[in-house]
Design a protein around this ligand. Structure first.
Ligand code: COA
Length: 188
């Protein structure tokens, strides 16, 4: 049965090790440090690339009304065992047909499987709560870690979008990855 599209999420989302929640003013320093980290933003065409830009970006997110019914969720990621931002993610509702995910973690936590936990939680939220038919992600063509993560999470390459974005005179080529509700349901 196809779930009804309601455009609400029951936050926070939980994974075995993570809590995924709305961003808060107390996250400002950690959020700014995350986005200013070159390892983090190296493969991201969009989003802040320095502390000042990240603080402005967070202020914009915090200023947006937190309605129950939304089209986009910009969320913070923290460890259940210790409060404090270690990552961020987003889920954007494009239509009842599809939603898009994005995610990043502090490099101190790479290689620990937290990325796959995060992506699996976003997929579950998109399919079971938003009721979309498919979930997609755009990933810069040389972003090996994220490509491996998406494939481990069950997303498959769908297309390469050349010159997807131009930021500061640099063109970005990205892969489009996706997973359908049926594929996700049959993932063991
Ligand atoms: C994308 C990103 C979250 C991936 O992080 P990651 O650490 O590679 O992914 P995971 O957390 O799933 O960890 C996987 C690794 O942990 C290992 N691992 C350790 N414990 C594990 C566990 N309990 N479960 C699963 N994997 C585990 C895996 O073997 C794998 O190792 P490998 O890197 O040697 O192959 C991270 O690189 C990032 O934040 N990048 C910057 C932002 C970005 O590019 N975002 C994506 C935009 S499309």
């Amino acid at each position: 049965m196809v779930a009804r599209s309601v455009r609400t999420l029951s936050l926070p989302l939980h994974t075995p090790r993570l809590l995924i929640r709305d961003l808060e003013p107390r996250d400002e320093d950690a959020y700014a440090a995350l986005y200013a980290n070159r390892q983090v933003h190296r493969h991201l065409p969009f989003g802040a690339r320095d502390q000042a830009g990240a603080r402005r970006q967070l202020a914009g997110i915090l200023a947006a009304p937190k309605r129950a019914r939304r089209d986009a969720w910009e969320l913070g990621v923290e460890l259940q065992v210790s409060p404090g931002l270690i990552g961020a993610c987003d889920l954007t509702w494009h239509s009842s047909r599809e939603a898009e995910i994005g995610y990043l973690l502090d490099p101190a936590y790479w290689g620990t499987g937290l990325g796959i936990e995060l992506v699996r939680a976003l997929l579950a939220a998109a399919f079971t709560e938003l009721g979309v038919a498919r979930v997609l992600a755009h990933v810069e063509v040389s972003n090996r870690r994220s490509i491996e993560l998406l494939e481990r999470a069950g997303l498959a390459w769908e297309a390469t979008l050349r010159r997807f974005a131009q930021v500061d005179s640099r063109w970005w080529d990205v892969h489009l990855y996706s997973v359908t509700r049926e594929q996700w349901n049959s993932d063991p």
